[in-house]
Design a protein around this ligand. Sequence first.
Ligand SMILES: Cc1ncc(COP(=O)(O)O)c(C=O)c1O
Length: 386
Amino acid sequence: MGAASSSQPVSRRASLRDHPSRESLRDRLPAFPWDRLEPYKATAAAHADGIVDLSVGTPVDPVPAVVQQALTGAADSPGYPTVWGTAALRDALTGWAADRLGAQGVEHTNVLPIVGSKELVAWLPTQLGLGPGDKVGYPRLAYPTYEVGARLAGAEPVVYDDPWDLDPSGLKLLWLNSPSNPTGRVLGADALRRTVAWAREHGVLLFSDECYLELGWEADPVSVLHPDICGGSYDGIVAVHSLSKRSNLAGYRAAFLVGDAAVLGELLEIRKHGGMMVAAPVQAATVAALGDTVHVTEQRERYARRRAALRAAFEAAGFRIEHSEASLYLWATRDEPCWDTVGDLAKRGILVAPGEFYGAAGERFVRIAFTATDERVDAAVRRLAE
Ligand SMILES: Cc1ncc(COP(=O)(O)O)c(C=O)c1O
């Protein structure tokens, strides 16, 4: 009895895993890559002047006051929010899509709030009903969650250099990501037009992750929803937008979709059943954030300064920067294995992400985020010059 009860938690876990009819979802997924960075983080943290963490693209500057006020102003929200959001939120989303993306004729049926864009990327293939025999395409170097989403659904992940070179058979969902994480590359209007035309020709649903659209430096990113790209029709295309980077709202989980009304209507129904609601105060905060461009300009200026300082310092320290014309990252190489670069920088107290996290093609690159405070960026610049 005593022995049985002390071993109970172990045997319960064992019986779940060993159940013949149960495949663990976790077993479909790659190992969580960031755990491999932990020893390097410990090395960097041991630096006498502390770590400069440039590994994760997480905002460090304050949430804009106008957004905080809207959040607290809606703090008394006892009832359930709706998955589709308030009418005020949908007005804000359609208005922003028209003003900022140049999208024409966007109605409430063309928008859908989501709980940050990562959950959407991870669960979209499942919510679309994809599974074994279906393929999900995404760039060879990419945000890892596109692959995770395909695997969670049991679909096959396929990577591309140019999307129109993919074999369209079985391909159900195609991801674009411009500006790109990790490379900062921006797709030009011709490449976007060609991809939209190719996807429509082959009946492949196109999702365009545009969460860095407001962060163009040497390029002006264009949305797939711009009439020059989609011809003014949203058939078969959806753009994904997030306030995490634009408005320092990663902690709020505020994002949304704009595009094909039939696709969004289906997702709305599924997400209602699944209870995937954006919190009411966050909906109010999103309305305030989208209605204000002053904070976006201010934040861009902060990032532009940090980017210029880091770019110059890394180049002077022997790095070559590729792409990086937009987004929050410098895609850098010293023409050596990425873990050697990560290790060397960690000894100088600087933590960066190995390019391998974003695909094997990144094995000789590192991704340098410029989401650190001015003080930490200055510390990195000093250390690189030593
Ligand atoms: C390309 C890309 N898509 C989506 C996300 C998820 O952003 P969030 O969930 O904060 O909206 C990220 C985050 O870094 C990203 O880089």
